[in-house]
Design a protein around this ligand. Structure first.
Ligand SMILES: [Zn+2]
Ligand SMILES: [Zn+2]
Length: 510
């Protein structure tokens, strides 16, 4: 390591080189994701849609995303780190053009189409991402699997993700399904939650089709651990039906999948179903509709799901209980403390749902300089909400001399060193944020945002702390823990921009 014994000013650049050397040569400082690739930051709907251009890339959300103009399902095979953020208002009305081979319960193969945030997710990894207010609404003449995250999954990993929303599929094919997370395929689901309304209607009266329904996975196999689902399921099928709260048909379908276990998970809700064919029994069960693979690999799960078999054309097969719904829309505007949304409620049967979430509505001030920088020390500028006074952003003003030095010496030198190492983007962050990092308390690498929010909401932490979720991303947290006011978490991801997550007051839990 470089030993610094001379003037701090002169050698501040070398300190940065030292820090850089640490990162380059110390294996412990490698990215926790195990990838060498940079994560492209996504902060809006256009950024998310741009995944389609490079579906194998690594992406990280820096803000909640509101998909207000509809969504075309895209294939994905990269890494997507939601960083605890939420994608709101996913609305999908058309299948993808991508097809993959799916299998029915008799292992017959079919070309199928898919709908969801992703049409097909292949060896992808999705972490810490929530989807809320989703509506996937498909009418298909083909075989089709519709779900909120991915219509089709080949070995995709979902960790600490959640979905909340509705999926409706009217289908004319012979092999189809509706899922909360995934329609057809294989995957790993860990610490994932689903709160979904799933509706399947079979419009093919001339063939005996297979229909699958499950909140985590409609048809296929996977490792499911520490997951929680709540289902409102409505399935009508002229052929054969496989529905369960966690999975529909749980089977490797002839392709052994080594990680097939369902453990420590729970399910509740209700499934209403009709099966036209009486030649075999409806495969509907509370947890796994039908289980063909390793039933002994289920441990420590709990479920309480009401199964209601009913007649075709029964109004129990749809969440709307009346034949002629008449909806009243109520728009709840956003305030400083609460998200806005639209509630739709049927005047006749009281069926209702919520969609069109809106972000908090603060009124930002200009940037206010709190302390100016001098030659040695960085300064701080902030902006607040004019209405509620909450801090909306904070930026570091770099020390004047350091900036000069980094322009004339440090930056050029380090960029030259780093050019061969492919870590250009990090260097500027290191140099500009070095002084402020020293003042902060690191409360843990890879800090989980939800855990952090919980700790803060419980008043276990107060004042100001920082998180360094990995060495590429710097974060900062503030909290006003008196139970009356909300706290907030500011991300200063690159020293130029900032984002915010608001933490509700601890005594206003719903
Ligand atoms: Zn109604
Ligand atoms: Zn406000």
């Amino acid at each position: 390591m470089i030993n610094i014994s001379a003037s701090k000013k002169i050698f501040s650049g070398l300190t940065a080189i030292g820090i850089l050397a640490m990162f380059l040569f110390c294996p412990l400082s490698a990215s926790a994701d195990g990838t060498d690739g940079e994560f492209v930051e996504i902060s809006d709907a256009a950024g998310l849609a741009a995944l389609a251009k490079s579906p194998g890339g690594n992406y990280r959300l820096t803000d909640d995303i509101y998909l207000d103009s509809g969504w075309q399902p895209i294939p994905f095979s990269g890494k997507l780190d939601g960083a605890g953020h939420t994608v709101y208002n996913l609305h999908v009305t058309s299948e993808s053009s991508d097809t993959r081979v799916t299998r029915d319960s008799d292992l017959n193969e079919h070309d199928s189409r898919f709908a969801g945030l992703f049409s097909v997710a292949e060896k992808a990894e999705v972490t810490d991402l929530n989807i809320k207010g989703a509506y996937v609404e498909i009418e298909s003449k083909d075989n089709c699997f519709a779900a909120i995250f991915a219509g089709y999954s080949d070995n995709t990993v979902f960790r600490r993700c959640s979905v909340e929303g509705r999926v409706r599929l009217t289908n004319n094919g012979v092999d189809s399904g509706v899922g909360g997370f995934v329609g057809f395929g294989t995957g790993v689901f860990e610490k994932c939650n689903a709160d979904v309304e799933l509706v399947f209607k079979d419009s093919n009266t001339s063939e005996l089709c297979d229909q699958f329904m499950g909140s985590m996975l409609a048809c296929g196999i996977g490792s499911i651990n520490l997951c929680k689902v709540k289902i409102a399921g409505y399935a009508s099928c002229n052929g054969y039906i496989y529905s369960g709260a966690m999975t529909g048909l749980y089977s490797d379908l002839g392709t052994p999948f080594s990680n097939s276990r369902i453990t420590n998970s729970n399910a509740n809700g209700q499934i209403n179903y009709y099966q036209g064919s009486r030649s075999k029994k409806a495969h509907c069960a509370q947890f796994n509709g039908s289980l063909r693979t390793h039933p002994e690999r289920r441990e420590n799960n709990k479920y309480s799901v009401k199964l209601i078999e009913t007649m075709y054309n029964s109004n129990l097969l749809f969440p709307e209980k009346c034949n002629d719904p008449d909806y009243e829309e109520t728009v709840i505007p956003s305030t400083c403390k609460n998200q806005g949304y639209t509630e739709h409620k049927c005047r006749n049967c009281e069926y209702s749902w919520i969609d069109s979430y809106k972000p908090l509505n603060h009124d930002e001030t200009e940037w206010i300089t709190v302390s100016d920088s001098d030659n040695e020390h960085g300064g701080i500028k902030r902006k607040y909400c004019k209405k509620c006074g909450i801090l909306l952003g904070e930026e570091i003003i770099p020390p004047k001399s350091e900036k000069t030095l980094s322009d004339s010496f440090t930056r050029n030198t380090i960029w030259a060193v780093a050019a061969s190492s492919g870590v250009l983007a990090i260097l500027e962050i290191l140099v500009l944020s070095r002084s402020r990092k020293k003042k902060r308390e690191n409360i843990g690498a890879n800090q989980d945002n939800s855990e952090l929010k919980k700790r803060l909401s419980e008043g276990k932490d107060s004042g100001q702390k920082s998180i360094l979720s990995d060495w590429k991303k710097d974060g900062q947290v503030r909290f006003l823990p008196d139970g009356k006011d909300s706290g907030q978490m500011n991300h200063l991801s690159d020293g130029k921009d900032s984002g915010q997550i608001t933490i509700p007051p601890k005594n206003s839990k719903k």
